[in-house]
Write a protein that binds this ligand. Structure first.
Ligand code: SAM
Length: 430
């Protein structure tokens, strides 16, 4: 016996056009399904064949009358025989239609009657008296129930044996097992410069299956986190793939990798660009530091010639700069406070700059890590650094890295801004 769907509508012809085509049309011809679109107007009992009237209580629009709908339904049911029938009203007020609902309707019934409302809807008493359940296509309002009825009919029918070539055609698709489907490709191999993923060309069935499953998990995780949360994954392969995905997305795996080297004269343009950017950043933060052309080209050139300018790069792009000096600093001879160590046993960090694209990426931490390694390697017991008392990002970084605030120093070569700096030190060699 074919799976039967009767659709009660005011527009049967336009629906027949859609449902009679392609896969469903062929399945109906083969006798796997039967879809009837029934004109509600044929069941009116008034001369004008009127199906609607004004709402009691006033208000906009027209309401479909109960009588033609009831007569239409009775006629349909008179031919249903011993089928397991279900009368469904399509309405934005119904339970949302999903693949799971479609599976239920396909499994529990072999006859659906889909009632399409129009205008402002249907007389509530008809729904109370005749409808088994109400389904909605989603949280939006359509002019009529026809599009929703066609969606329900199409979705249910494609699961009926004999409609698609094989069960796998629908069990492997999105929403069947709570996942979205993997991406699909067809010829040509390269289209507008975009190549098909290589694994799909290997002919290795195991690899293709694993890749597809992984894509299903990734897609669902990214596009439908609500669905992903409802999943109860127990399969070992799924759990392993998920672990792989999570590991790749962990902050550690995402963190950019930095290289560092001594700066060269050819790096000057990049360094000056970072300096201009840092000056702007400080000005924006309201910090009275590096606002008068300092650090200058001369200061960087000196760093480079002394081999104490260090450039950090990421994928070849300049990411940060700092001067790491092992020399005595006159500026540190006097402090309003007390250093942790005796004079000259220290290394000093100056002119720390991080390119705008790399703020917050951890490169600041790497600068100080290099400074501490170089200091220890050169037999220095500590690293000293100074910064403006309002330079929040630098103060935060120093605190995180364990630098102790020792007092206030006064810059010998002032840049014309506030010459006072908070001074910090960290012991690196006990
Ligand atoms: C304009 S709507 C009526 C909406 C109704 N006045 C309300 O606010 O709930 C007319 C008809 O379109 C159909 N319809 C509209 N939106 C729908 C949806 N999201 N799902 C299923 N059917 C819908 C229903 O059959 C409904 O009777």
């Amino acid at each position: 016996m074919a799976y039967r769907i009767d659709i009660m509508t005011l527009f049967p012809d336009s629906m027949r056009g859609v449902l009679g085509e392609s896969i469903l049309g062929r399945a109906a011809k083969k006798g796997a399904i039967e879809i009837n679109c029934v004109q509600i107007r044929d069941y009116t009992e008034n001369k004008q064949m009127q199906v609607d009237d004004y709402p009691y209580g006033g208000g906009w629009g027209l309401i479909m009358m109960a009588q033609p709908l009831k007569s239409c339904l009775e006629d349909i049911m008179s031919t249903a025989g011993g089928r397991r029938s279900r009368v469904i009203y399509l309405s934005p007020q119904g339970k949302t239609f999903t693949q799971a609902e479609a599976r239920r309707l396909k499994q529990d019934y072999d006859h659906l009657v889909l009632v399409c409302g129009h205008y402002e809807g249907v007389d509530e008493r008809l729904i109370e008296a005749c409808v088994d359940e109400t389904l909605s296509l989603g949280d939006f309002v359509l002019t009529g129930g026809e599009i929703a009825a066609m969606a329900v009919a199409d979705c249910v029918c494609r699961m009926v044996p004999g409609v698609l070539a094989d069960e796998a055609c629908f069990t492997g698709e999105s929403h069947w097992d709570g996942l979205l489907e993997y991406p699909q490709y067809t010829r040509p191999e390269v289209w507008e410069g975009r190549a098909v993923p290589e694994v799909l060309l290997t002919g290795d069935h195991g690899k293709v299956t694993a890749w597809r499953r992984r894509k299903q998990l990734e897609r669902t995780l990214d596009r439908r986190p609500d669905m992903f949360e409802r999943l109860e994954l127990t399969d070992k392969t799924d759990l392993r793939l998920l672990e792989e995905i999570r590991a790749e997305r962990s902050p550690e795996a995402q963190r950019p990798v930095f290289d560092f080297r001594r700066a060269e004269p050819e790096d000057m343009d990049n360094i000056l660009e970072m300096a201009a950017d840092a000056s702007e950043y400080l000005r924006f933060q309201g910090v009275d530091q590096w606002q008068n052309g300092y650090p200058s080209r001369e200061a960087f050139a000196r760093d480079i010639s002394l081999g104490q300018g260090w450039l950090f790069t990421c994928g070849g792009k300049a990411a940060a700069y700092a001067a790491l000096s092992m020399a005595h600093e006159d500026t540190y001879d006097t402090i309003d406070g007390a250093w942790l160590t005796d004079m000259d046993g220290y290394a000093a960090v100056h002119r720390v700059m991080i390119a705008a694209d790399y703020r917050g990426t951890g490169v600041g931490r790497e600068i100080f890590s290099l400074a501490e390694d170089l200091a220890a390697g050169n037999g220095r017991v500590s690293v000293r650094v100074d910064t403006h008392r309002e330079n929040g990002p630098m103060l935060g970084l120093l605190a995180k890295l364990g630098y102790r605030r020792c007092g206030v120093i006064r810059l010998v070569a002032s840049d014309g801004n506030d010459p006072h700096r908070d001074a910090f030190e960290k012991i690196v060699l006990e």
